[in-house]
Design a binder for this molecule. Sequence first.
Ligand SMILES: [Cu+2]
Length: 445
Amino acid sequence: MNSRRNFLRSALLGAGAVASAGVLSAQQMEMQHPGHAGKGKKGQREPEPGPAPVPVATPDVAQLPWRMDGGVKEFHLVAEPVKRQLVPFKMMDVWGYNGGCPGPAIQANQGERVRIIFDNHLPESTSIHWHGLEVPLEMDGVPYISQKPVPPGGRFIYEFTLHQEGTYFYHAHGAMQEMMGQIGMFIIHPKKPYRPRVDHDFGIILQEWAILPNNTIPNSANMEFNWLTFNGVSAPATTPMLVRLGSRVRIRIVNLGMDHHPIHLHGNTFYVTGSEAGRAPESTWAPANTVLVGVAQGRDIEFDAKYPGEWMLHCHLPHHMMNSMSDLLQDRMITTASTNDPRALSQMQTLAETVGFEHIHHAPIASNASSVPGFPQDAFMEMGMDEAVAKPETYGLPRNWSANMMGMMALVRVLPPDKYDQIMAMKQKGQVPPQPEHKHEHPHG
Ligand SMILES: [Cu+2]
């Protein structure tokens, strides 16, 4: 992983200008928030009192619609190539489902019979495996073992009864297709409500990608990853999770990649209440603030939101808290340079000061910085893009909040009721929140 760090550093040190603000605002407009579009129609209600579980919100990921056919809940899932805006300056060409990557979340109830009509719009054969679900073998989705591969243009109908409850997921059963993004969440709400009841329930899928500068297609065979995502986007593009102060919160995290991710929550103690196999007995819950989510695993965490503020939730592997900035360089040449070379240093500083997203200045450095062995480390890494990623959920965050948000990272915002209601109202109206005034704060010398 040393090479990754060096790669990033060389990328930052390389000569080159940055993308123009105009280009970025166009990209910003292209940013997809399918999770927003689908809300209000199906299952995305505000928490309300009563025994029924709240629907699971999947930030930046859509929900799969369904219809009832007699006693069967019927879904329609389509595997297809999709475009995904990772961050405002980086687009990827990946494979997913129903226009999204990760695919839309399926939500159903324990005891229900479900039918998933599956169409393959990929250029190669595929199938769907229901990870952790106890289904008849012919529904297990393993090519040649349990079914014939579904050819391009083909259809397969999966149908089974859900006797389990908990956090599951679906994915293609080919290793490379998995690494191209073919996964989605499958939530089964319990017949007998979990206790204690939560007021907010979120789902996050962990993925990793190897995408060279100036490329949009992940190298699924690569063993080193430069883009790390929550629900298909990297921070600061990850939509903050809003919760009401005093409420109880569940976050479900699943991982389908090459690495295990220790997911850490700031400022709060949580309990691990479930795995990829459903709810755990309360006697086994242990307090933690970091949970290791291994490949193919799921973990449910729960906590009482007692402390107001913007609390980070992130993978704690240092290189998973970073974005690859090399796409910002106009000429894609990666030059190596001594980090103590004043010329290289000034190039880096210029990049940090002129990144087109935002009027941002890097954190202060010492006047003798370039003579200190090892400098720079985190200096110049800040890439504030508050405006480029603005949405109702970011309203009221401190200026330059986005500067240190990178990789597998999102904010859990514990808000006093009035502020929570204000932002939810903005969200319902689809308002883009007003941003803090940046002009005239300090002139450029
Ligand atoms: Cu990680």
